[in-house]
Write a protein that binds this ligand. Structure first.
Ligand SMILES: [Zn+2]
Length: 303
């Protein structure tokens, strides 16, 4: 009798462990997949706005998402810039649910990154961490959620902004953030705006050092630090000494609280140099930043 009870206890323990193991997001696997997808993006070469390479990258990512049930739309527009007229396209994705129009559904959150690489005529700039790795992370997290948690995926929109980078060396309010300014305008004045957005930028470099803008939305920042602590990676996350000009700014301005999870580019030796290539991308760093992002989404999209 006693041994039977012990057997049952062991079976229960094994089942509990199996459920815990199966339910746990496999950060390491997701990071590996994102690392591979980063390399696939880089294989197209530099991808400044309006380039054929960028068209190919967008088509590649569209295929990845459509294969697992996401509806993908290119939001195309043109702007006069310091280098003349340029054509841009943001990539937007929403999960299909039956025959209903996914674009008419109310969504709760956005997960975003920028897909363009900064234009340099005199050097080969690939933007591996600025921001191919972040794009890959967005797509891989989207794929993961649609398979493992379609309820959450359905309440999320994925956005890959074009034209984050300025055409002149330094970004201004008029040169740079082309895609996010255009996208954010679409939400202006609406009462069905998403409740939050997470922007990823430079989240895969070795010796990861995330420094969020000093003026980040408080609740989102608190949640990020809390989760980082819980996951034992708090030392990788901190706050920059000031605000940062990135794609979160137009979103915050139209009333969508947006957290920019961004690497400390100012203290790196690769930012906006040919050194920002595949050699600086680390699966371990991707695992840390993607692990925190997935846990934040889990919390923010909880029903
Ligand atoms: Zn950049």
């Amino acid at each position: 009798m006693k041994s039977k009870r012990l057997l049952w206890a062991l079976v229960l323990l094994a089942v509990t462990f199996a459920l815990w193991f199966l339910g746990k997001p496999k950060e390491a696997e997701l990071a590996k997949e994102a690392h591979a997808l980063t390399n696939e993006i880089l294989a197209y070469g530099p991808r400044p706005p309006g380039s054929e390479a960028l068209d190919k990258v967008r088509a590649h990512l569209r295929k990845e998402l459509e294969a697992v049930g996401w509806a993908v739309e290119f939001q195309e527009f043109e702007r006069d810039t310091v280098i003349g007229k340029v054509r841009f396209a943001n990539l937007r994705a929403r999960l299909r649910q039956g025959d209903a129009d996914p674009w008419k559904r109310r969504i709760d959150g956005l997960l975003c990154a920028h897909v363009d690489s900064k234009l340099y005529k005199d050097k080969v700039f690939l933007g591996a961490d600025d921001a191919a790795s972040a794009c890959a992370a967005v797509v891989v997290i989207g794929k993961h959620l649609s398979e493992k948690n379609p309820g959450q995926a359905a309440r999320l929109e994925l956005v890959l902004f074009d034209g984050e980078e300025a055409f002149a060396e330094d970004m201004t309010l008029l040169d740079g953030l082309y895609g996010s300014r255009h996208y954010a305008n679409g939400w202006r004045g609406r009462d069905d705006k998403p409740n939050f957005a997470i922007l990823l930028d430079m989240i895969g470099h070795e010796n990861l050092r995330i420094r969020i803008p000093s003026d980040s939305p408080e609740k989102l920042a608190e949640l990020m630090f809390e989760i980082a602590k819980k996951q034992g990676v708090a030392s990788k996350f901190g706050t920059a000494s000031g605000p940062i000009l990135d794609d979160h700014v137009p979103l915050n301005l139209v009333g969508i609280p947006t957290l920019d999870i961004i690497g400390d580019f100012a203290r790196s030796n690769w930012w906006h140099t040919p050194g920002d290539n595949a050699t600086i991308i680390s699966t371990e760093s991707l695992s840390i930043s993607m692990g925190v992002t997935v846990a934040m989404l889990d919390e923010l999209l909880a029903e």
